[in-house]
Design a protein around this ligand. Structure first.
Ligand SMILES: *Cc1c(COP(=O)(O)O)cnc(C)c1O
Ligand code: SF4
Length: 457
């Protein structure tokens, strides 16, 4: 063979990190799972049954791994949290228990009182105002041609940062949840509404989490929507692959139900896909790779939507690694969301500045179609905006102003950076209520948008 000239030096070892995922029986380092064999650990029913729901269960599971201080810290935070707690054994076994305070997976699911920060003064519980755009319970019709259907309010895990903490999970000490359409009888109102709106081409089936829907409900919902002639696209949304990938391997009835809807859709010329929610590169193991391979073989296309979370994926290198790992499994990195302005999780948010810097770094690392768009779901119901597309960004005071001409024309939407990330001077200004209004009004004015009542209300 002739010698070929390499103009580039060989890729360094780090360039292959994304292919190097966790192997073996990684769960056995957790005392409660020491005796658990592979068949048991991969059983989705075992995973569900052994998911941790209280501080006491957590304590029993990780006994000897974490310090008493850590447990006490978590216990206090559990009592104050707006979300109920549920963590799968898969996720627990991926936490680095030698340093749980800084662990990217612990950060998402297990609150610690010592880390909590005061909420931003402009924060409300349903920051996206989904209830304002809900014509019937459990259906959000915000954009012209697409709607969000919320047929249940349970998930295989509860994420601390959940946008829908106003509705998802059982009531907590701090929040009485509003009703979604939780029964098949209630779903009919949503189907009727969609049938009566010919502009609705695209339905997101979320929740809650469609992992929790029994196979017969997947079939019922999927077929009812496929039967509506103008519905062209559907997405089943689930966090499942990120925190319990084994269900795809060991719950054949669920996977078959999804597969049948995807196949029937394809014959009708309609796209049915899965949307999932990986946040940390460590969530991807050999189990995930096997599960994603099975979906790929069945022709089920998967897209990913991450949330930008401080301490989980808010660095250039970690986001790049996550994106490359997703692409390697044929999962398209679709969106990275700014963390919504949600109660009780201020320490997880970061700034618009950070998001724009990470995006700049990630773009160019891999195929363009595997590169996520970084979006800010504008508080107040403006919908998703490319983070870079602000009309004005007051970096000093942490105020980004967006407009959404095709969603809510003429209105200003404002996202606020977390206060602890601002300069000392800016932090002092946020303490004074009159200053807050003044800073916001000035930013909207600089953005050149007329109305300001909306955000100041
Ligand atoms: C995110 C969202 C959608 C889907 O938006 P895409 O940008 O197409 O992914 C639809 N409806 C609502 C209310 C949403 O929040
Ligand atoms: S899985 Fe999704 S809906 Fe459920 S708690 Fe997490 S973010 Fe919220």
């Amino acid at each position: 063979m002739a010698e070929v000239l390499h103009k580039k030096p060989p890729a360094p070892k780090e360039a292959f990190r994304h292919t190097d995922v966790l192997q073996g029986e990684f769960w056995r380092h957790v005392p409660a799972y020491r005796e658990i064999d592979e068949t048991t650990f991969l059983d989705h029913l075992w995973q569900q049954k052994h998911s941790v729901k209280t501080a006491d269960e957590l304590l029993r599971t990780i006994e000897g791994l974490a310090t008493p201080e850590f447990i006490a810290d978590a216990r206090t935070a559990f009592e104050r949290a707006p979300m109920a707690v549920r963590v799968s054994p898969y996720a627990i076994s991926l936490i680095d228990w030698t340093d749980p305070y800084n662990d990217p997976i612990r950060t998402q699911f297990i609150p610690l009182a010592s880390k909590l920060l005061p909420d931003h003064p402009r924060l409300t519980l349903d920051s996206l105002h989904e209830q304002d755009d809900a014509p019937v319970p459990g259906l959000v019709h915000r954009y012209v041609d697409k709607a969000l259907f919320l047929p249940l309010n349970t998930c295989p895990v509860y994420c601390r940062f959940c946008t829908r903490s106003y509705a998802i999970g059982p009531d907590t000490e701090n929040v009485d949840k509003v009703g979604l359409a939780k029964t098949p009888a209630m779903w009919n109102d949503a189907f009727q509404y969609i049938t009566e709106r010919p502009e609705l081409e695209d339905i997101v089936i979320s929740g809650g989490d469609t992992y929790q829907l029994p196979p017969k409900s997947i079939a019922l919902i999927g077929n009812a929507l496929l039967d509506i002639p103008h519905v062209r696209r559907m997405r089943f949304a689930t966090k499942g692959p990120a925190i319990m990938p084994m269900k795809i391997l060991t719950h054949p009835e669920w996977l078959d139900a999804i597969t049948e809807i995807v196949d029937r859709g394809r014959k009708l010329g309609k796209e049915v896909v899965l949307h999932t929610h990986f946040n940390a590169p460590e969530e991807i193991t050999w189990v995930t790779e096997r599960a994603m391979r099975l979906l790929f073989e069945r022709g089920i296309f998967v897209r990913n939507q991450s949330v930008l979370i401080r301490g989980t994926n808010d660095s250039k290198q970690r986001m790049q690694l996550l994106v490359k790992r997703l692409g390697h499994m044929n999962v398209h990195a679709y969106y990275v969301y700014m963390h919504d302005m949600v109660k009780g999780v201020e320490e997880l948010r970061t700034t618009i500045q950070t998001a724009t810097e990470i995006e700049k770094f990630v773009r160019g690392s891999t195929a363009g179609f595997n590169t996520p768009t970084f979006v800010c779901d504008a508080p107040g119901g403006g919908g998703k905006r490319d983070v870079h597309s602000y009309d004005f960004y007051d970096r000093e005071n942490g105020i980004a102003v967006y407009s959404a001409p095709s969603v809510k024309p003429g209105k200003a939407f404002v996202y606020f950076d977390p206060i602890d990330k601002l300069s000392a001077d800016a932090q002092a200004r946020w303490v004074i209520p009159e200053m807050q209004d003044e800073m916001i009004r000035a930013a909207i004015k600089k953005a050149g948008i007329e109305n300001e009542e909306l955000v100041l209300a």
